[in-house]
Design a binder for this molecule. Structure first.
Ligand code: SF4
Ligand code: SF4
Length: 252
């Protein structure tokens, strides 16, 4: 949107609109849908077997969650291409957070990991309770973490400990360490890192890794993530309904 400066993180106002009230959190697991941009997307709506998520006929509308209907099953998490859905349960002595995880290698139940906040900064220590790979190894895994209750609204990612290779670009198997090294050797933009490491040149064309690369550049250089120059966007730049494509040449 012209004039809007995106930071890659939700603003306080956006967070206030999507976070469940303390009373609902205390009742048991509930989805937290941190999807705040009007993009044409709605797999979450169909993923929920309880009809708790509504996008509606306007596919660019933001998803609306009926928290009374949500059972906290987490089925919607791996279906969200934006990795925007989490399930938080703050009803016990410690909180649990189910989150989408697309890095390899996957953690194992029992691992102690570094919990990260929405900007990727360490927020504390977490324990991996469960790793669900029902979506298949090419899909999005759902990892359940146990964290102190006060971190229920803060932790949205984690970093394994004691592992050498965390892959940022899964298509070309480019690790976090390789990207950090490229930045330390002078690559200051997503495009420069792409040329130096091939991160973002794979089949997905950087759908997942370009944001992660931006974040690493920002961490290494002390910039705000929004100040890091993005890579050149390639077509398609406009979405089309499948019906239009199916109409072939005769359909304008
Ligand atoms: S967590 Fe389960 S019940 Fe809640 S919105 Fe997602 S799919 Fe529906
Ligand atoms: S699937 Fe994810 S990105 Fe798409 S509308 Fe639903 S929450 Fe937003």
């Amino acid at each position: 949107m012209p004039g809007v400066k995106y930071s890659g993180r939700l603003s306080d106002a956006e967070l206030a609109a999507v976070l469940p009230p303390a009373e609902r959190l205390a009742q048991g697991p509930v989805a937290v849908i941190e999807c705040v941009q009007s993009i044409p997307c709605n797999p979450c709506e169909k993923a929920c077997p309880f009809g708790a998520i509504t996008v509606g006929d306007d596919i660019t509308a933001l998803p609306a969650l009926d928290r009374a209907k949500c059972k906290g099953c987490g089925l919607c998490i791996s279906r969200c291409p934006g990795l925007a859905i989490f399930v938080v349960d703050a009803s016990g002595d410690e909180a649990t957070i189910m989150l989408p995880y697309e890095y390899l290698p996957l953690p194992a139940a029992g691992d102690v990991v570094d919990a990260l906040d929405r900007s990727g900064k360490p927020a504390g220590t977490a324990r991996v309770l469960k790793v669900n790979t029902a979506a298949g190894l090419e899909g999005t895994a759902v990892v359940t973490l146990a964290v102190p209750r006060k971190l229920a609204d803060i932790v949205r990612n984690f970093r394994p400990r004691g592992r050498d290779a965390i892959y940022i670009c899964r298509c070309n198997e480019v690790s976090e360490a390789e990207i950090r090294q490229a930045v330390r050797e002078g690559a200051r933009t997503v495009a420069a890192v792409k040329l130096a490491t091939r991160a973002g040149m794979g089949l997905c064309q950087g759908r997942t890794c370009r944001r992660l690369v931006s974040r690493i550049i920002a961490e290494e250089t002390g910039q705000h993530p929004a100040e890091v120059l993005p890579a050149t966007a390639r077509p398609p730049v406009r979405t089309l309904p499948l019906g239009t494509l199916a109409g072939g040449e005769d359909d304008e």
